[in-house]
Design a protein around this ligand. Structure first.
Ligand code: 5GP
Ligand code: MN
Length: 372
């Protein structure tokens, strides 16, 4: 896979001319959202990385210390804004402490968004995937770059890197940095660690969508940059609280149904059930994949209730879909649950109760799923 060279040149031009860069990634950030956004952050902020962008700026030292957050290198200021909180098991990531969360730091984020003269968007194909920030970003007159690996990105950016065949947005970011920097900006350990995290999480620790030899060339480069791959695995996957482990047990034991004819599993968790286990953001991450470990289960769906937001009557049921092989779930997610995603990993939602969501699920799966 190679990035389109004219897009790379146009992105370079936009970055070179930008002073206030805001990096945006999707709601409920996962490892790839975090990794791709933070890798860009390190790249754009690191004065020692031989980066063409900062080389251009060495002579231009206007510093604006009015800004709310973010580092300034020469006169370029870079911030990462995420729509809502990310799981605590990403707190260790280099730069995570600099991330601004729109939901809880709305005013400060709005100020940064207003001041922005370039948006770099990663790991989403539709401004709706970043909540209220999306509308503000789209309406802002400044240029936008989109770096994404989902199908059919919306046409809102000036330069779009859309590679659905890529493992992750982090992989595309790696390729962009490698294309634009000399000799090897990707040898920065912090940056490389962020890229590695995105590759690792979006491939289930290299267990799916990860068969190309090229991927392992990238990984070799990241390891040479000093990435401690086993430590990254531990930091992301072996950080359960006791409550999270018990919630997982409860969900599998009490709340998993199997529809054998369709090789399908469903897990549901209501807000009350989540409360019993003191649910924290990220506690159900990966749960939807677990039923796929059962022989003859090829489809898995997980529903999680979020209580109604103040002033709204109904709960939001967040639905995650997973499948194996040639069994698309994204059309079902799109047509029935107002979502979408990749062929084997999609998401959607429904406003109502878990029972209503289950009813809709049971009414529609025979139309969308294969029996064999
Ligand atoms: P998850 O189940 O991990 O939340 O989402 C799995 C994948 O489905 C994500 O990587 C994303 O590509 C996609 N996805 C999740 N929710 C939505 C949604 O509401 N709309 C669209 N278009 N894609 C989604
Ligand atoms: Mn991704």
């Amino acid at each position: 896979m190679q990035l389109d060279s004219s897009s790379v040149a146009r992105a370079a031009e936009l970055i070179r001319n930008a002073r206030h860069i805001v990096i945006l990634t999707h709601m409920a950030p996962d490892g790839d959202a975090m990794g791709s956004a933070l890798a860009l952050y390190h790249w754009l902020n690191d004065p020692t990385n031989d980066q063409m962008v900062n080389d251009q700026m060495v002579n231009d030292q206007m510093v604006n210390d009015q800004m709310v957050n973010g580092l300034m290198v020469n006169d370029q200021m870079v911030n990462v804004i995420v729509p809502n909180a990310f799981p605590a098991f990403f707190n260790w990531m280099p730069g995570a402490d600099k991330i601004m969360v729109y939901e809880t730091q709305t005013k400060a984020c709005d100020a940064l968004i207003e001041e922005a003269d370039l948006f770099v968007c990663t790991d989403f194909n539709d401004p709706k995937r970043i909540g209220p920030v999306g509308e503000k970003m789209v309406q802002h007159s400044c240029p936008k770059i989109l770096i994404d690996h989902h199908l059919d990105p919306m046409d809102f950016a000036d330069v779009t890197f859309s590679y659905p065949q890529a493992t992750s947005a982090s992989e595309i970011v790696y390729r962009l940095i490698a294309a634009l920097s000399t000799p090897h900006a990707t040898r920065n350990t912090q940056l490389a660690t962020c890229i590695y995290t995105g590759l690792m999480t979006d491939t289930g620790n290299f267990s799916f969508n990860s068969t190309s030899a090229e991927l392992y060339d990238i990984i070799a480069d990241l390891l040479r940059a000093g990435v401690q791959k086993d430590a990254v695995y531990n930091a992301v996957f072996n950080q359960y609280s006791v409550d999270r482990m018990r919630l997982t047990g409860y969900a599998l034991y009490r709340r998993m149904r199997i529809y054998p004819e369709y090789h399908l599993a469903l897990i549901t968790l209501t807000a009350d059930e989540l409360d019993q286990y003191h649910y924290q953001v990220g506690d159900t991450e990966g749960l939807v994949n677990m039923p796929l470990q059962i022989a003859d289960v090829y489809y898995s769906v997980f529903m999680r209730e979020e209580r109604p937001k103040p002033g709204t009557p109904r709960s939001r049921i967040r639905v995650s879909f997973r499948s194996q092989g040639d069994r698309p779930v994204n059309i079902w997610a799109h047509e029935v649950f107002r979502g979408g995603g990749h062929m084997n990993a999609s998401g959607g939602e429904l406003f109502g109760s878990v029972q209503q969501a289950v009813r809709l699920f049971e009414q529609t799966f025979p139309k969308y799923l294969k029996k064999d």
